[in-house]
Design a protein around this ligand. Sequence first.
Ligand code: SF4
Length: 404
Amino acid sequence: MNDSKIKTYSIKTFGCQANIADSNTISGVLEALGLEEAEKIIGSNDDETFYNTAISTDVLIMNTCSVRQKSEDKVYGLGKMLKLAEKDARKKPFIVMAGCMVGSVTGERQRYAFEVLKKKTPWVDVYINPSQIMNIPEILLKNSLLSDWAVQKFDSAKVLSKQDNPTHAFVNISYGCDNFCTFCVVPYSRGKEVSRSENDILKEIRHFAGRGIKEITLCGQNVNSWGLSMTKKMEIRTGSDQKIPFTSLLKKIHNINEIEKIGFISSNPFDFTNDLVETLKLPKISRYLHIAVQSGNNTVLKNMNRRHTVEDFINLIDRIKGAKPNIELGTDIIVGFPGETREQFLDTVRLFEKINFNVAYISMYSPRKGTPAERFFKDDVPLKEKKWRHAYLTSVWKKYKNGI
Ligand code: SF4
């Protein structure tokens, strides 16, 4: 029985699969404490649904993303709506801000001062960064929202993330990133790369398998380097013959009878070993592979601090297609990175004409506060040119994606 002051929760998730997986873990924590997910109260649009649901729940988690300014601006906008709820004297939930906006201003690698975020979000009650999810019970207790009894019987080791899909689950295998691509906030917002133990991962997957889950997607900012020490992962290069722990993890999951399909996101070309290429041949490994290339020009890649060249990438894709001929490829691209000339951009176009990506997330570069690209490079590609490059590359991608 839940004898605490709070009975219901709601989570608003922004951003990538890592955030979705974290939100599932937060749901697992809150449900282990006896809370129930609040029913969605549908409005005429998404914002109205968010607002209606938020004001009828006890605890609202805003699991934020920092990758794009647009995503942060959305959080500020929804926060303003929540302030209206206070003015209306209607019920304002206890608001916990989680995710990368908090990670960016706390921990060892801060991008800017915590005070700046606090000033912009006066409607937030408590902030937790992505490594503090298991502290939620204590935080709620400190704010007199939970009973001692509920917290005492909480056992973080027994928390299982909640999965809405009855046949598919996302499983985080690592957190954070040590690669420091110059445009990216993740090494700051999610901190150092930390791998979960093999034991914990397999235990969670076996539990899901027992509940009817047939498909698993392993998540991490850079899954290839799972289980590697910092020195080792920096040594590994595209096409290296070294064995990596990630392939052994994939094989162990492959041996779980009930699991029929295994995918993983994200992979980077710079540490995609031959061992991993071979492992793709296993029948349960998904034929969709997401592998971020970011640019088709070597100078731009260097400025992005990517540890691969365009030639490495093309060669890798050839070997992947050799190992798994029916592979479907997805990638991430940034257009208009500082200093990218029209000719350098056209190298990316040529790469798209060559590779035929099935999925492409194409973004226009926007400087993110505190990143090396923002600090050391001038955002010198005009917005109009960025928009043109975005539209042009999108049209090329559409034309070539089915191997035309
Ligand atoms: S590999 Fe690069 S782009 Fe990916 S999360 Fe790490 S720093 Fe960001």
